[in-house]
Write a protein that binds this ligand. Structure first.
Ligand code: 0A1
Ligand code: ZN
Length: 878
């Protein structure tokens, strides 16, 4: 095994936004020839450089330690040895003419590339990953997003093992080379930065379709997968066509090439990649069939297919000036994919899912040692900044702009943004300016969302003057690394007034805000600001932060009775859910802090049974209303984390609900069964979601084991199968080990399903989980080389299994530290993505705190640690 770190050189220096300098040259075009062989690849690159006026004659190119330089030429002549200097990361030419053709020939070893960036080999195919800085591992080049050029690519490879040869843009010539080899050429007419370059060569099967754009152009659509997966591409193809139609309809944006190719690979560091005209996907986000994928998996496929497609405009046509601007494309594209999924599924439930992800992953990041602004100001390793802050909080920032200026002005702002910046590398500032100019709104203060880290807290208090209701909002934001004092944000707070009979009340507002569709959007700009609603009927309850209109933690003064009222009556689904969750959480947090074992108050039972009886609401939303807050969400509501007590309190409440409402639960469960028969329609999905939530309660009833086991045995789709398996995995049921073994035996040939098998065990709340997870790293199906497998076992355990990861003896922490070191030897990017849970030591008491820090220290002691891991471990200890 090659230790990928041994080739690396001195630790990387910090890069700062304030040091940005525009490139000193332009590149007119690049001609690339890839000669692919079984055990090596040779890359010939010829680029036409033109120095900008006033620039010096020195040329610095980015490179990497894993390739050999075979030739270096200027205008066809070799560059003499004394005219250039080469280190592991940089190739410096002392003096170049104003205009010249640079020729570079490099040799790479794709089979040895376990880092999965640059050119690598996965499942018998060559493929590339160039974002953010992978192209420098293919050839020496100015590998930065603000250098855009036209790519012409020729691929030569063995005809038998690589019948399919793909790159960006439109297909050009292809033909036979004799000697069992062939070639294909590709031309991309759209200038692009190097991070959007892609190549795939291998033996792949293809599902083909076509799409006619709004202006009548025909686009050839292809999804390439391995032969045995060809039957699982339909949903991805349909999702692609829906994405194309949606972007035309909602944003007036059409696709701009003759072909759209998608390739699914099983070894991939992230979800997918938007390379121009040639998206490369993690198989997880392409392959889906009812037998192998859950409803959530189907939704993810649709969302990620949409995400990569939407990047064609927000990312590719307008790209980023530098990596500090990453959220310009990612925040905006996540916002677009969220809107797309909302339109395709249920807007209300999609919003809950997105808020849950934000709170579970982004809020902790924003509150911990790795907190950074949506537009970071410095980094050592850019791969560490593909974070939930840049992506998900970035999307919330766009969503807030949308709320502040309204949908019509937002659309005008998008049009203006494309009019101004199509074909350019732009900044977050450019985007905000386009929104401002299109709407006439003043977004000066709003821009703080880009530069300040941390989750703001908003406190809402009520007072009454006569019949007027005054809502006073106060905002604050705790210090974060490098940012001691925060200025007040401009945030849109969506409010409603729910009258005593449950109807919407619309009252005149004194204060900065406007009514829109039954809600009032107020602009909170001050630290302390009041909004007076005139002449409000007595008994009216305010519904605050409808739709989660700003990514904040809200503290309100609503009583339990008022929460129970909103939980049932509010027209805003988010507040209905949030009020229910608040009510459950209040009780649970109290149970935890008082170590109580009392019976839940009648009010909670009433709310729960009220939701059970609700036939008017979408069953998918009812499912959410019947779900108790997760252990992680409960932990966030406590000063200091008490994992076991949270777990016990939650289980106890679930049992109390199951006992108190057993008949209603079983009745509803049965009635949903009657409506069964597998279908992927929204209604059927919603019923499954509800039914599987009910199964959680049924599993706690006296014949829970039998019902769960039956559910498992009878499941005709993976959603139901996993719902039952997950309960079995948590349980002490006699059947547990047998069922897990059967599942493994049945699915051992399907990697994505086996990932679920690992994940379900990593999530088990049983007390033997840490040792089981450790044992699973020795399982025949476990490998340190595949990121999906690592995530399914190690990330699931450390990020989602709060009670077992935080085992008091520190075993969970030590296990994670060992895994980080092992993975770092092969794949630093993925290793770095495992670090975050160890940085949460500020949230726990001794002895956990000490064990966590020891675990981080043990990683730091390892010689040859990658820059990726070192950066995050050092920050986590600070
Ligand atoms: N731009 C892709 C995500 C991505 C980022 C980095 C990668 O390798 C380090 C790979 C993919 C997206 O947002 O979909
Ligand atoms: Zn993206």
């Amino acid at each position: 095994m090659v230790d990928v770190r041994s080739a690396a050189s001195a630790p990387k220096q910090e890069i700062r936004l304030e040091d940005y300098e525009a490139p000193a040259f332009t590149i007119e075009s690049i001609n690339l020839i890839f000669r692919l062989h079984d055990d090596y690849a040779e890359v010939e690159a010829r680029s036409l450089f033109r120095m900008k006026k006033g620039a010096g004659s020195e040329l610095r190119l980015d490179g990497g330690p894993y390739m050999d330089l075979l030739a270096l030429e200027i205008d066809g002549s070799p560059v003499p040895d004394d005219q250039f200097v080469k280190s592991a990361e940089v190739l410096q030419l002392r003096s170049v003419p104003e205009k010249f053709e640079l020729g570079v020939v490099t040799r790479l070893r794709p089979r040895e590339n376990t880092r999965l960036e640059g050119l690598y080999f996965s499942g018998g195919n060559f493929c590339t990953q160039c974002e953010a800085e992978g192209f420098r591992h293919i050839t020496y080049f100015p590998d930065r997003p603000d250098v855009l050029t036209r790519y012409h690519v020729r691929i030569e490879a063995d005809t038998k093992s690589c019948p399919v040869l793909l790159s960006n843009g439109n297909p050009g010539q292809k033909g036979d080379l004799g000697d069992g080899r062939h070639f294909a050429e590709w031309n991309d007419p759209h200038p692009k930065p190097s991070y959007l370059f892609a190549l795939v060569a291998g033996n792949l099967a293809c599902q083909n379709d076509s799409y006619t754009t709004a202006s009548g152009r025909q686009v050839d659509l292809n999804i390439y997968v391995s032969e045995q997966d060809l039957d699982k591409c339909d949903y991805a193809m349909q999702s692609l066509k829906r994405s194309m139609a949606w972007d035309e309809e909602v944003f007036g944006l059409e696709y701009d090439l003759d072909v759209y190719n998608i390739v699914a690979v099983s070894d991939f560091n992230m979800g997918a990649m938007e390379n121009k005209g040639l998206n490369i996907f993690n198989t997880k986000y392409v392959l889906a069939s009812p037998e192998t994928a859950t409803d959530a998996d189907f939704d993810h496929v649709e969302g990620v297919i949409g995400h990569e497609y939407f990047h064609n405009w927000t990312g590719n046509r307008v790209t980023c000036r530098d990596w500090f601007q990453l959220s310009l494309k990612e925040g905006l594209t996540v916002f677009r994919d969220q809107e797309f999924s909302s339109d395709m599924t249920s807007r209300a439930v999609k919003r809950l899912d997105d808020v849950r992800v934000l709170r579970m992953l982004q809020f902790p990041e924003d509150a911990g040692p790795l907190a950074h602004p949506v537009r970071p100001e410095k980094y050592i390793e850019i791969n560490n900044f593909y974070t939930t802050t840049v992506y998900n909080k970035g999307a919330e920032v766009i969503r807030m702009m949308h709320s502040i200026i309204g949908p019509e002005a937002f659309r005008k702002g998008m049009d203006l943004y494309f009019e101004r910046h199509d074909g350019q590398a732009a900044t977050c500032e450019d985007f905000a300016a386009a929104m401002e100019d299109a709407s006439g709104a003043d977004l000066k203060q709003f821009r703080l969302w880009y530069s300040q880290a941390g989750t703001p807290k908003v406190t809402a208090r009520r007072s009454h003057e006569g019949r007027d209701l005054i809502i006073t909002l106060e905002q604050s934001c705790a210090p974060s690394p490098g940012q001691g004092v925060k200025l007040p944000y401009h945030m849109p707070i969506r409010l409603g007034l729910v009258g005593p009979n449950g109807g919407e009340v619309t009252a005149d507002l004194e204060g900065d805000g406007k009514w829109e569709d039954g809600s009032c959007i107020v602009n909170l700009r001050e630290t302390h600001q009041s909004f007076r609603f005139k002449n409000v009927p007595e008994g009216t309850v305010p519904s605050i932060l409808r739709g989660f209109s700003a990514p904040v933690v809200l503290d309100h003064d609503l009583s339990d009775d008022e929460l129970a009222f909103l939980a049932v009556q509010d027209s805003d689904p988010f507040v209905r859910w949030e009020s229910t969750q608040d009510l459950y959480s209040r009780y649970l947090v109290k149970q935890v802090s008082e170590d109580g074992e009392g019976h839940p108050p009648e009010l909670l039972l009433q709310v729960f049974t009220g939701h059970l009886a609700d036939k008017a609401t979408d069953p998918a939303l009812v499912a959410e209303l019947l779900t108790l807050p997760g252990e992680i969400a409960l932990g966030q509501k406590m000063e200091s984390l008490a994992p076991e007590r949270i777990h016990t309190a939650r289980e106890t409440l679930a049992k109390a609900f199951a006992d108190a409402s057993s008949e209603n639960i079983i009745d509803l469960y049965q009635s949903l069964k009657a409506a069964q028969g597998y279908s992927h329609e929204q209604g059927a999905k919603a019923n499954r979601r509800l039914r599987n939530v009910l199964l959680n309660y049924i599993a706690l009833m006296p014949d829970g084991e039998e019902t769960t086991q039956r559910r498992y045995a009878e499941a005709d789709n993976m959603t139901d199968c996993m719902a039952a398996l997950s309960l079995i995995s948590h349980s002490n049921f006699d059947c547990r080990d047998k069922v897990l073994q059967e599942f493994y035996d049945k699915w051992r040939q399907n990697d994505l399903v086996i990932d679920k098998w690992f994940a379900v065990q990593a999530q088990s709340k049983r007390s033997d989980t840490v040792s089981k997870v450790r044992e699973l790293t020795q399982h025949e199906a476990f490998t340190f080389k595949n990121p999906n497998r690592l995530r399914s076992l190690i990330s699931t355990f450390s990020m989602l299994n709060q009670v077992r990861f935080h085992e008091k003896n520190g075993e969970g922490y030590r296990f994670l530290a060992e895994m980080i070191v092992r993975v770092d030897e092969l794949n630093p990017q993925t290793a770095a993505r495992l670090v975050a849970p160890l940085g949460r030591w500020g949230r726990v008491d001794e002895p956990r705190k000490g064990f966590m820090k020891d675990a981080l220290m043990s990683v730091l002691k390892v010689s040859n640690l990658s820059d990726d891991v070192r950066e995050l471990v050092e920050k986590s200890l600070a």
